[in-house]
Design a protein around this ligand. Sequence first.
Ligand code: PLP
Length: 359
Amino acid sequence: MTQLEIHREALTHNVTTLTSKLAPGVRFIAVVKANAYGHGAVACIQHLQSLGVKYFAVAYTDEGIALRQAGVQDPIMVFYPEPHRFADIVTHQLSPAIYSKQTWDNVLEHIAPQTPPFPIHLKFNTGLNRIGFSPSELEWIFSESQHKNVRVVSVYSHLGGTEEAQPDAQVAQQLTVFEPILQRFKQHPHRPWFHLLNTSGVFHYPNHQLDAVRCGIGLYGYANAPAWDAQLQPVGHLTTSIVQIHHLQPGEYVGYNKGWQATTESRIATLPLGHADGIQRGFGHAKLQVWVQGQPAAVVGNICMDMLMIDVTHVACSPGDSVVLFNASHPLSEWAAAAGTIPYEVLAGLGPRVSRVWR
Ligand SMILES: *Cc1c(COP(=O)(O)O)cnc(C)c1O
């Protein structure tokens, strides 16, 4: 009953919009981690391939293996390969980001001398302090990476605030730190590609596209600022339908822990989605507003594990009527902001009980 409708045309529009911002020759890496930000990775990849996208990225090894098992043959970058998974990474021909001496040893341990050499990516920490080689390890990894059994496909870093107002001191500092890394690897016998930008970076730092960009959230219709969101279209539209309607007298409660109390005669509709589907506790108590018959209706009380309740006192509606949580007219970016979260968190949290239906 609860569906994430996946709009093919919107995905096409977003790829076209993002790639139209790229200088000729800049590669487009489609980030399909977390099940394509909740939209269903395999089906999204098939559509992206039909649009000419050739490079994909996931976060963890198992995500890459699942794509190989589904028949995806294009290069798949693994951003955060776990040190003990390198045997699987090599077996499935995934391209890991090498981000430490340990992961460098791990990859060497598992690759057999082979032609062509095994493709890897090198990730540098330029100030996000999340993952990556320290700039002080530059000379060491530069010389190690000329090992005949590996091919450094790309050298990259990740910027911490591409959506922040410019000039942004952190981004500026990171660009400064990356520059000598880039200059050094330009001298590598096989010049790798360089990349820094995520979705917001594509909008905000057009002069730093280098050889590739890594877009995730933008594919799905969001870019962390209203002006950029306006150029994209939400791909997933979350809808459900009313299960039951209760007529309450003043003083009656709704949900666990007396989460809400009627002050007047009220009509309360129950919807079949809750925590297990990704609707977090923070959306309770009117933080989330949904749309019934084109009218807004607020969540009352606490969200439950499998259900939530909304106030439809002012809306003419019946059980079975469809309810919009977010779509093109009611974008998730607004909805998420009201509850103090962001589209990434809501989309990635949508659970397996929500059926993904292509439109
Ligand atoms: C998730 C991720 C991206 C994609 O970021 P968006 O903001 O979703 O475009 C890019 N690079 C890395 C390293 C990531 O982990």
